[in-house]
Design a protein around this ligand. Structure first.
Ligand SMILES: O=C(CO)[C@H](O)[C@H](O)COP(=O)(O)O
Length: 262
């Protein structure tokens, strides 16, 4: 069954599988969005159903909320939880400082709010997400629909003075219509190619009227669990400065694996 998954999917799966080792009874856990996070939610659901793990989950999107309920995780709102022990989420890119680009799935706003309200954020990613410098992946920026083209023009003009290589942007579409986020906003994808000063760019973007949030996560992620296509997993902890390696045996997880690949 595992042979049906691509090396990237295997890498995502092993990272997701390893991450649930960090979840303990009684925790309030932020549940990320995206394909890697979805596997983490399914792995957690299995622990809840089969091992009696007791947790409360705060999802970062309606998609994740549906999946969490489906697999048996108790879902509560962030306001009910108030504060979280741990958030586990995917990323589109991560660098050596564990700065991230997120929002490929359009859920960056809730993801940033939830991760910031957590004692710890663990990112789960395949090795292909690691970069030396952020920016090859288009940077998602969530915009208020009102006057979005004016906001886009302002952003592109401001980018002239920023340390980036490209500065054109595209409105994210869902077929013939703009993609709409869970909060009813638009996503503008910035094609920057290289972001020299992510911290500065994140601050500048968030000061613009019409911008709700940007997909740069700076000083939010504590560790990244990197999965490889051959089953290897690395846990990189930015605070401890450690890298811990392990390997996951695919065969042991065939049932879950086959569920996930459907
Ligand atoms: O930020 C995200 C959603 O807004 C995702 O975590 C990110 O796009 C990674 O997705 P995937 O795990 O499917 O590669």
């Amino acid at each position: 069954m595992s042979g049906e998954l691509s090396p990237i999917d295997k890498a995502k799966f092993v990272a997701a599988k390893r991450s649930v080792d960090y979840v303990e009874d009684g925790m309030r856990v932020g549940l990320g969005t995206g394909s890697t996070a979805a596997w983490m939610v399914r792995c957690l659901g299995e622990l809840v159903r089969e091992d009696g793990l007791k947790i409360k989950g705060v999802p970062t999107s309606t998609r994740t909320a549906e999946l969490a309920r489906e697999v048996g995780i108790e879902v509560i709102s962030l306001d009910e939880a108030k504060w979280l022990d741990l958030t586990i989420d995917g990323a589109d890119e991560f660098d050596g400082d564990l700065s991230l680009i997120k929002g490929g799935g359009g859920a960056l706003l809730q993801e940033k709010i939830v991760a910031t309200a957590s004692d710890q954020m663990i990112v789960i990613a395949d090795i292909g997400k690691e970069v030396e410098t952020l920016g090859a992946f288009p940077l998602p920026v969530e915009l208020i629909p009102f006057g979005w083209q004016t906001t886009q023009a302002l952003i592109e003009e401001t980018l002239i003075s920023m340390d980036v290589l490209g500065r054109n942007s595209t409105l994210r579409m869902n077929g013939p219509r703009p993609f709409i986020t869970d909060e009813g906003n638009y996503i503008l994808d910035l094609h920057l190619n290289r972001i020299g000063e992510p911290r500065q760019l994140a601050m500048v973007l968030n000061q613009m009227p019409g911008v709700v949030e940007n997909g740069l996560f700076i000083d939010i992620c504590d560790s990244v669990i990197v999965g490889f296509g051959d089953g290897r997993v690395e846990v990189r902890d930015i605070n401890a400065g450690t890298v811990e390696e392990s390997r996951l045996d695919f065969l042991e997880d065939d049932n879950l694996f086959s569920d996930l690949s459907e």
